[in-house]
Design a protein around this ligand. Structure first.
Ligand code: XMP
Length: 512
């Protein structure tokens, strides 16, 4: 990246914390990217990384088809830090041995560090660290020394400082390893020579340049939804190609109440690119008629969305690119080479193969909080940048089963009530997301003296830092009561409100 001298590449072996490693590195103002575990060494060398990090992973290095890296990466002279499975991969590649441990280690574990080791020279000798492994290193490769132990793991860390190769069996990237940031800083700055000068405005400048080069003299359209991601993507591409970008707001009919007007207000006067508003609510409802399976709904919405774009784009000349605000977690959850697919995200998995555009996804390396920072850097207003995330398929994944016009109207009304009261109580900005779900069941109730048989609304409020994991929010009972009362009073078709108290995992944030 121009303007930044540091690049760290993280080889992804499918570990649950790979994205967290990337966040921790970028928090140190060092730019990093997650790449496939099997990227050839010459392709890695060609990018001149300052350091490599090998992530953890669910496999055993001796399992059939266990992911392994190109062993030549250890001869590049680039510092390497192997974490958990990444350390075991290094051991195996360099001639050491790994075996199934008689006692695996999971959770917080005390470890003794050798502070004469290069990696730990500025770290206290006794630390608490986060372990999650069943295999352990038995024999070190030649030239390595043990640099940490725990009660059951004799090689909890190792290093060959002459060759700048380091391994830790524990996870320095998680908060349960309090000294983890210090260890990563030591590796990045003292050992690998990173400078830590990467900023969001570097990212904006570099990305705008890359988009300008890619688009050339053609035109692009952007799928503007009013959410943070597409708005920031549009602002970035607008910076790159000005009014050769046309923003298209497809009102799927599955959006929050009043969304179209909000989008027009937010963009009007701030940017010079044309904004086209397409009212496609009927079209989406027709396409969704009778579709009840969550994955089929996601794919139907994604397909219909692209069809609307195709129509708009065909009416314009020279449009070859489609800008989307796809984020890192969307990319990962839609299936990394080694992680399993959880949901087909609208922005990625739902796209048909015959897409006539080349996709531009300028945010695909960023996490949500980074996108917000980028939005501010690009001059977007706070009320837009601080909006809670809203999924591409919209209310389509919050109405369980078949989507109908009536259900959309009920959910939009209930959802607006949730947002209003979350804001009034000062909770809207304190949580990751707060919204209403319509499970579609009816229960018996009583309103006035009348028996009712009406819908239930589920309230979903979660705290999260990136949407990858989430905890249900401990809202005050009074606020829950206010919301439940407002919904059952203002929405005639609802007589019951329940609160979802599950975290992710085992559930997901959205219900479908
Ligand atoms: P889940 O339900 O997978 O959601 O725990 C994680 C985060 O992603 C959002 N989400 C989506 N965002 N397209 C998007 O742009 C999608 O298809 C999609 N599905 C879920 C969700 O709102 C939460 O913030």
């Amino acid at each position: 990246m121009a303007g930044s001298r540091d690049l760290v590449l993280i080889l992804d072996f499918g570990g649950q914390y790979t994205q967290l490693i990337a966040r921790r590195v970028r928090e140190q103002h060092v730019f990093c990217e997650v790449i496939r575990f099997d990227t050839p060494a010459d392709a890695i060398e060609a990018r001149h990384p300052k350091a490599l990090i090998l992530s953890g992973g669910p496999a055993s290095v001796y399992a059939d088809h266990a992911p392994v890296c190109d062993a030549s990466i250890f001869k590049l002279g680039t510092p390497v830090l192997g974490i958990c499975y990444g350390m075991q991969v290094m051991v195996r590649a360099l001639g050491g041995s790994v075996a199934h441990s008689p006692a695996g280690e999971y959770g917080k574990t005390p470890a003794s560090l050798d502070t004469s080791a290069t990696l730990f020279s500025s770290i206290p000798p006794q630390i608490s660290c986060w372990m999650s492994h069943g295999d352990r290193v038995e024999d070190l490769p030649e030239g390595f020394r043990i640099s940490a132990r725990t009660a059951t793991c004799p090689a909890a860390a190792m290093e060959n400082s002459a060759q700048k190769l380091f391994g830790v069996q524990f996870h320095p990237e998680v908060v349960h390893t309090p000294q983890g940031t210090g260890i990563l800083r030591r590796f990045l700055f003292d050992i690998s020579g990173c400078v830590g000068d990467w900023t969001m405005s570097d990212f904006a400048t570099d990305s705008a340049l890359a988009v300008r080069t890619q688009v050339g003299s053609a035109r692009a359209i952007c799928a503007l939804s009013g959410g943070v991601d597409s708005s920031v993507a549009a602002a970035l591409v607008h910076q790159a190609i000005g009014d050769r970008l046309t923003c298209v707001f497809v009102d799927t009919g599955l959006m929050r109440a009043g969304e179209g007007d909000f989008v027009e207000r937010a963009f009007h006067g701030r940017f010079t690119m044309p904004l086209v508003r397409v009212d496609a609510g009927e079209r989406f409802l027709t396409a969704l008629c009778g579709v009840t399976d969550p994955e089929a709904k996601r794919k139907t919405i994604g397909r219909t969305f692209i069809e609307c774009f195709r129509q708009e784009a065909l009416a314009m000349e020279n449009v070859r690119f489609l800008v989307q605000g796809t984020l890192y977690p969307d990319v990962i959850e839609s299936g990394s080479p080694v992680a399993s697919t959880i949901k087909s995200h609208h922005n990625v998995g739902g796209l048909p193969a015959d897409l006539p555009f080349t996709l531009i996804e300028p945010l695909r390396l960023l996490f949500k909080d980074e996108v917000r920072e980028l939005g501010r850097t690009l001059g977007l207003p706070d009320d837009l940048v601080d909006r809670q995330p809203f999924p591409g398929p919209g209310l389509g994944v919050r109405i369980l089963g078949a989507v109908t016009a009536e259900k959309v109207r009920i959910l939009q009304t209930a959802d607006a009530i949730v947002e209003r009261h979350m804001r009034l109580a000062g909770w809207y900005g304190r949580v990751w997301q707060s919204f209403a779900v319509l499970p579609g069941n009816r229960t018996v109730g009583v309103k006035g003296d009348e028996r009712t048989y009406a819908y239930t609304i589920a309230l979903r409020v979660v705290e999260s830092s990136d949407g990858m994991t989430a905890d249900w929010a401990r809202l005050p009972f009074d606020l829950l009561e206010t919301i439940a009362h407002a919904i059952t009073s203002e929405v005639a078709e609802v007589n019951r409100v329940v609160y979802d108290i599950t975290s992710k995992p085992p559930s997901t944030i959205e219900w479908e």
